[in-house]
Design a protein around this ligand. Structure first.
Ligand code: 5RP
Length: 234
């Protein structure tokens, strides 16, 4: 197994120190949080934890079911105690870019229902300014071309339809994803999110602002938990 995979596993498992018996959990999507979900499955099957999960994607639903985590749909969730999810980038203010795996809309819905959110990541995801990773935006499929034009003229950025026109990537909600090349320029993610959400046809924007309370980050020299000083866990 490669080094990066080891880091993902270490971060994913370490985040389970925040999981307590009886919790209602938001279960994120991606290759790092996959290890968290496997470990929660172990807590359920071996340690007798009684938790319920709300999956943020069909892939996570299948994985969680395969390891025996009881699940409820988001429509029945009410409030959740904790969401654990991955991220594509996080900045010093704990703002995130998410959506590399295409699940940003459900991920944000679940994060908004949660009393706290922990991100699992390796240190490649830590940045000073968001935007080196192309910002994913979910759009209604029939509007993708108009939305793409609106974003590129509003923000002067290059926009690509994920998967290309011939075989566009389709989300679990039936939407498309536009990946937007801002470069490391997103210094006011909240303002940008608001601007992009105002475009007709935009379903959700992969900027998560004011939602992340801690990052469990794996580095070559160990796992570090960085707690947001103005978050809900401090
Ligand atoms: C999915 C996401 C993922 O959490 C994000 O892409 C990070 O994934 P990984 O841990 O595989 O790097 O936002 O929509």
């Amino acid at each position: 197994m490669g080094d990066v995979e080891d880091l993902k596993r270490e971060a994913g498992i370490r985040a389970c120190q925040f999981v307590q018996d009886g919790m209602r959990l938001g279960l994120g999507t991606g290759s790092t949080v996959r290890y968290t979900i496997l470990e929660i499955g172990r807590l359920v099957s071996e340690d007798g934890f009684k938790v319920v999960g709300v999956p943020t994607s069909e892939a996570t639903r299948e994985l969680a079911e395969s390891v025996g985590i009881p699940l409820i749909p988001i429509s029945e969730a009410g409030r959740l105690d904790l969401t654990i999810d991955g991220a594509d980038e996080f900045d010093p203010r704990f703002s995130l870019i998410k959506g590399g795996g295409g699940a940003l809309t459900r991920e944000k819905e679940v994060a908004l229902l949660s009393d706290s959110m922990i991100v699992v990541a390796d240190d490649r995801k830590k940045v000073e300014v968001l935007g080196e990773f192309d910002l994913p935006i979910e759009v209604k499929s029939r509007h993708w071309s108009d939305v793409s034009t609106a974003i590129s003229s509003m923000c002067e950025v290059r926009v690509s339809l994920r998967g290309g026109e011939l075989a566009p990537y389709t989300t679990d909600n039936g939407g498309y994803i536009l990946d937007c090349e801002f470069g490391p320029t997103i210094t006011k993610p909240g303002d940008l999110e608001e601007k992009l959400l105002s475009i007709e046809g935009v379903v959700q924007v992969g900027l998560f602002v004011g939602l992340c309370d801690a990052v469990v980050m794996a580095t070559g020299s160990g796992v570090e938990t960085i707690v947001n000083p103005v978050g809900r866990l401090s």
